[in-house]
Design a protein around this ligand. Sequence first.
Ligand code: CA2
Length: 147
Amino acid sequence: MKFLIINGPNLNMLGLREPDVYGRRDYATLCALCEAWCAEAGVECEIFQSNHEGVIVDRIQEAYGKVDGIIINPAAYTHTSVAILDALKAVGIPTVEVHISKVSEREEFRQVSFVRLYAARTIEGMGFDGYGEAIRWLKSYILTRKN
Ligand code: CA2
């Protein structure tokens, strides 16, 4: 089983500011944790980060027929991007949306998510651990659907 983990704009800057919201750990640490969680789950993974909406759309399209699951933190594009929602719908790959912070309890504009309209599950407010939960949950979701 292969997962694509996609991180949107500014997540590469984690750890530099707003430690009360996103924690003190940096993006390299998040990637290392995701790799370890995927290895533990016996899932192959590729991690991708971009600050550009169209580049994220291109990467989702490239995943068609090549990956079994997508875990995506679209960051600010969560709240604006119909293009990312449409790309996920177009490829039809099972997807989990992850947010480090509890977006449902933050500013009103962060409570809107276009990606949630497609995602099989949204995980928020668990910090980096939310990605681990997403990896384990998505693996069993895909296996259950196959049987
Ligand atoms: O909670 C999340 O994971 C978010 O997707 C993170 C995004 C934010 O726009 C979403 O509303 C919620 C922000 C990503 C990184 O933001 C930084 C801010 C300051 C310093 C470093 C990164």
